[in-house]
Each structure stands twice: as structure tokens, then as C-alpha cells.
Design a protein around this ligand. Structure first.
Ligand code: MG
Length: 266
């Protein structure tokens, strides 16, 4: 199933996304938000609506997380390109929910930073509360689906601060979308590509994760309860780099589509 959130008559609604004659369209309203059925998609109630091509919809952020947990350095070649060791256990940090913006929203480069980088990533959306899993628990029932995420970063502040709250946490630093899908499988491999002004900069695949998803989810859930709608950003492949005002970043995730965000100066 694929779904989005979009503006309709002054409200933000959930919409079912289906391919109609090769084009993605919003075909039905989801009366029950998918994060509220605990992974039982049969319990979703839908309602008829006049179809809208996805490309013409005014999209909103497709998730409403209580937290955004990010994994640093989960692709070997990316760890190397920044001069870091390949980690022996996952490196976690947060982005605040106030950093979220939708596909089409503008990223604002803060005056406090002189170097801001894109990081295209696949993000996991959590389906039901997840805490202290046993070794035999399957993580898949806790996954509602996947989306695209740009872990936008003030690289100079990241180096300067040690802690990453400022570097990763500015408003507009977490574009997410355009949709959520459960029709892709990171274990089998999902391609993720980032372009800047149409020029390809990152081209990775989730098969190259240092830490696979079952390990990441278990590791995070040893510490904190993951709640429905929470996001896990799974790390970025090699090829990160700076952008300036006027640039347009596109993070394309196979099966999710293109998360497109222009950049401006604050
Ligand atoms: Mg990242």
C-alpha cells in the first residue's frame, strides 16, 4: 500500500496512492490514519473522493512522528569519505520534529553555518509500539513502511560542536516524503539517489548497510520505545556535499518517488 498526506479544502488528509494507467493518483481518502491501526492494514477505513494526480496534489509531510531517530555512518564508503572509522556499533542521533518539511518545501540555510550538506536516505516508519524486542521477535511487523528523507546538515557546526543537536536540528533540515510505501524491501535492496540541480551526487543501495535493519531497530528499542509514526533515518551513502541558495535537491528512493526541495538563504 502507498499513501500520502495532502491538503484538501483547508484540511490535511491521508490519501491512498495508486497507479492508474501508469500515473500515481490519490484515489481514496484514508479515514483511519495508518499509524493508528497497529500494522493491521485490513482495519483501514477509506472513503471515496475525486481522484487527484499525485503530481498536482499539495503534499504535506506524510508522517507525524514523536521523534526522528537517525543512524550515522551506515554505509562504509560514506564513513571513509568524511575521514571516519567504520563504526563497530550503530551511531544514533535525533532530529527534532520541528525540522520536518514536505516535498516541495524550501530548505533554509541558517546564517550560523557556512557549509550545509544534503544527505539522501531511506527512512523507516514505525507501525506499533516497539520496545526491548527479544532475539526471536521479527522486526517486520513493527514497520509500517518506508519513505525518503534528506538528513540536511550544517557540516561545520557538526565538526565544531561534537554533539549534533545544532548541526542536524535547524527548522527545515528534515525534508520527508513524498509518500510512504510498504511495497519495497530494504533487505532485498532499495536504490537511493540524490541529485543537485539534476546532476547525480549519490547513488546507493540499502544492501550496502553496515548494520541491517533488524539490528538497528533492536538496538534503538533497547533504549527507547519507538511509537507509531516514528521515523528511523537509516544513513546516507557516499557522495554528500554542500549546496547553496538557488540549488534544488532531489532524493529519489526506488518505489517511493522523488523528494524535491529548493534551497534558500535565511
Ligand atoms: Mg545522515
Amino acid at each position: 500500500m502507498k499513501y500520502c498526506r495532502f491538503h484538501l479544502n483547508g484540511d490535511v488528509r491521508y490519501g491512498l496512492v495508486e497507479s492508474v494507467a501508469g500515473r500515481d493518483e490519490i484515489t481514496r481518502l484514508l479515514v483511519t490514519p495508518p499509524e493508528e491501526v497497529g500494522g493491521d492494514m485490513e482495519d483501514l477505513r477509506t472513503k471515496q473522493m475525486a481522484r487527484i494526480p499525485l503530481s498536482e496534489a499539495e503534499l504535506s509531510v506524510p508522517v507525524r512522528p514523536s521523534k526522528i531517530v537517525c543512524v550515522g555512518r551506515n554505509y562504509r564508503e560514506h564513513a571513509n569519505e568524511l575521514g571516519n572509522e567504520v563504526p563497530i556499533e550503530p551511531l544514533l542521533f535525533f532530529k527534532p520534529t520541528t525540522s520536518l518539511i514536505e516535498s516541495g518545501g524550501t530548505i533554509r540555510r541558517p546564517r550560523l553555518s557556512e557549509r550545509t550538506d544534503y544527505e539522501g536516505e531511506v527512512a523507516v516508519v514505525i507501525s506499533k509500539p516497539c520496545y526491548k524486542l527479544s532475539d526471536s521477535d521479527d522486526v517486520r511487523p513493527y514497520i509500517l513502511g518506508y519513505t525518503g528523507l534528506n538528513d540536511f546538515t550544517a557540516r561545520d557546526l557538526q565538526k565544531k560542536d561534537g554533539q549534533w543537536a545544532r548541526a542536524k536540528g535547524f527548522d527545515t533540515f528534515c525534508p520527508v516524503g513524498p509518500i510512504v510505501t510498504d511495497e519495497i524491501d530494504p533487505w532485498a535492496g532499495i536504490n537511493v539517489k540524490t541529485t543537485v540541480n539534476g546532476e547525480i551526487r549519490q547513488d546507493g543501495n540499502t544492501r550496502d548497510f553496515i548494520f541491517p535493519l533488524e539490528l538497528l531497530i533492536r538496538y534503538i528499542a533497547q533504549v527507547m520505545t519507538l511509537l507509531p509514526g516514528d521515523l528511523i533515518a537509516t544513513g546516507t551513502p557516499k557522495g554528500v556535499g554542500p549546496v547553496v541558495a538557488g540549488d534544488v535537491i532531489e532524493v529519489w528512493v526506488e518505489g517511493v518517488g522523488t523528494l524535491r526541495n529548493p534551497v534558500t538563504d535565511e
